[in-house]
Each structure stands twice: as C-alpha cells, then as structure tokens.
Design a protein around this ligand. Structure first.
Ligand code: NAD
Length: 254
C-alpha cells in the first residue's frame, strides 16, 4: 500500500480523498490549518516550511503521491490570502517535496478549477504568479477582485503544472491537475451565501450540462484514479470533473 500526503484534508474534497485513500489501506499524512497530522498555515513561508519538514519526518522513505488540495474561495479576504494559499503555497510545497515523490516514482496531483480558463494566461496577476514574485503578485491582486484572485491562481497552477511536466518527468514525478466544477463543500457554501457572487454561482450551477453540483466523492473518485498505477501514463493533463461546464463554455479549446 502507498504513502500519500495531502494539504487541506480537514474538510471538503481533501477530507473525502483522505477517507477514500485510508479505506484503500494507504497511509495518509494530512496537513491543514485546522486539524491533521501536521498543523500549518500555508499562507506563510514559515507554515509551508513546517509542512514540508513535517511530511519529510513522517515519510522518510518517500511518497507515492502528494496532493496540495488546500484552497480558499473567491470570497476570502484579504485577496492576497487567496493568492498565497491557492498558488504560492502549492508551488512551494510541491517543490519542497518533489524529491520525496521521485523516490517512489510517484505522482503530484494539483487541484485547479473549471474556473481557471476564465482568466487568460496573459493576465498580469497570472504572469506575476508564474514569475514567482509573491510580493509583486500580492500587490497586483490587492487592486483586483475575488474572481480574478481565485480563477487566476487556478489558471497559474494549471500553467505551472504544464510548464513543469518535462523536468518533473525526468526526475521521476508524474504531474497532473484535476479541475473540479462546483462541489458541495464549505468552500462553495461560502460563495453561494455571498451577496455578490452567490447569485451568479447559483445561475452557473443551473446551467451545468450534466446537472447541478458535484458531491466531494465524485471529485475524489477521479483523483484517486489519477493517483493510482492504473493512470500511470496520464501525465501533464488537466482533467475537468465539472459536469461538462468547461466544454459548454469552450467547446473548441482543449
Ligand atoms: P474546503 O474549504 O472544504 O477545504 C479547504 C481546506 O483547506 C480546509 O480543510 C481548510 O482548513 C484548508 N485550508 C484553508 N486555508 C489554509 C491554510 N492557510 N493553511 C492550511 N490549510 C488551509 O474546500 P474544498 O471545496 O474541499 O476545496 C479543496 C480544493 O478544491 C481547493 O483547492 C479548491 O480551490 C478546489 N476547488 C473547489 C471547488 C468547489 O466548488 N468546492 C471547485 C473547484 C476547485
């Protein structure tokens, strides 16, 4: 059985993936700000380092998979927190643990979003994220809006993954991302109850071709497959699990 580490394992999609992996007999190391094997605030460089050090201590022989799942919704404030947790913490923890994953020729599975393509890759915030200058990216996003912070950070995570497929494969790490649509978790509940973003999100949910919103297990099922040996040749893919909403919005792009 394998050894996996994930962030954001306290609630929602991360908690469901953790449950499924444990049920499959795997060891799971959970990092979260609230509860888990390692308590760390991933918005800060110190918290990210604590997460990396903690995982290294608990999995000295390597990881079969690492899933940086922790994320904040577009309604989180200040906006800089969204950029720090959804993008910079993801890159920092993946970079800090990649050798541990390579030891087992394992997988890093990022968590993007079906909203990622809604912000162009050329957007200034996305570019500043990809450039790796956290201070500049946080200064830029402070002048923007929650949608750009959220979808832009997910766009940056997706592009970062694609750009790093070759060096990571050489190292012995398979990189992929899952892009969930609206999923019934505390994160989406916060957005649904927001006076500004809630009505638009409900309207979008009603348009999803396959109908409605996802249960966390519908996302975790696919994540568990992508982490498994059955998905051994899936590399560099952004897998949309969104009831067809991305195809509805961008039928000619893939
Ligand atoms: P959630 O709020 O249930 O879970 C997020 C987890 O991240 C929580 O356990 C929380 O404690 C943790 N977390 C938040 N800030 C943290 C910090 N600073 N340090 C450490 N941990 C922190 O949300 P979810 O919907 O399960 O989201 C999981 C992932 O899926 C996120 O990356 C999210 O962006 C993504 N996603 C969710 C949806 C959706 O509709 N729910 C859609 C697309 C993508």
């Amino acid at each position: 059985m394998g050894t996996f580490a994930l962030t954001g394992g306290a609630t929602g999609i991360g908690a469901e993936l953790k449950r499924q992996l444990l049920a499959g007999g795997h060891q799971v190391i959970s990092v979260d700000i609230r509860e888990g094997d390692i308590i760390a605030d991933l918005s800060s460089p110190e918290g990210r380092q604590a997460a990396i050090d903690g995982v290294r201590e608990l999995a000295p022989d390597g990881l079969d998979g690492f899933i940086p799942c922790a994320g904040l919704p577009p309604v989180a404030r200040p906006l800089s927190l969204i950029a720090s947790v959804n993008y910079f913490a993801v890159v920092a923890t993946v970079e800090g643990l990649k050798d541990l994953v390579a030891k087992k020729r394992g997988t890093v599975l990022l968590v993007a979003s079906n909203s990622a393509p809604m912000v162009p890759a050329a957007d200034a915030f996305v570019q500043l994220c990809l450039g790796g200058d956290e201070d500049a990216a946080l200064a830029e996003i402070a002048q923007r809006d929650g949608h750009t912070a959220y979808a832009g950070s997910k766009r940056a995570v997706s592009v970062w993954m694609r750009r790093n497929v070759v060096p990571y494969a050489k190292l012995g790490v398979r990189l992929n991302a899952v892009a969930p649509g609206i999923t019934q978790t505390p994160l989406s509940e916060q957005v649904m109850s927001d006076a500004e973003l809630g009505p638009a999100m409900k309207e979008f949910g009603a348009m999803v071709p396959w109908g409605g919103t996802a249960r966390p297990d519908q996302i975790a099922n696919v994540m568990r497959f992508l982490l498994s040996p059955e998905a051994d040749f899936v590399c560099g893919s952004v897998v949309f699990v969104d009831g067809g909403s991305d195809a509805m919005l961008r039928p000619d792009e893939f």
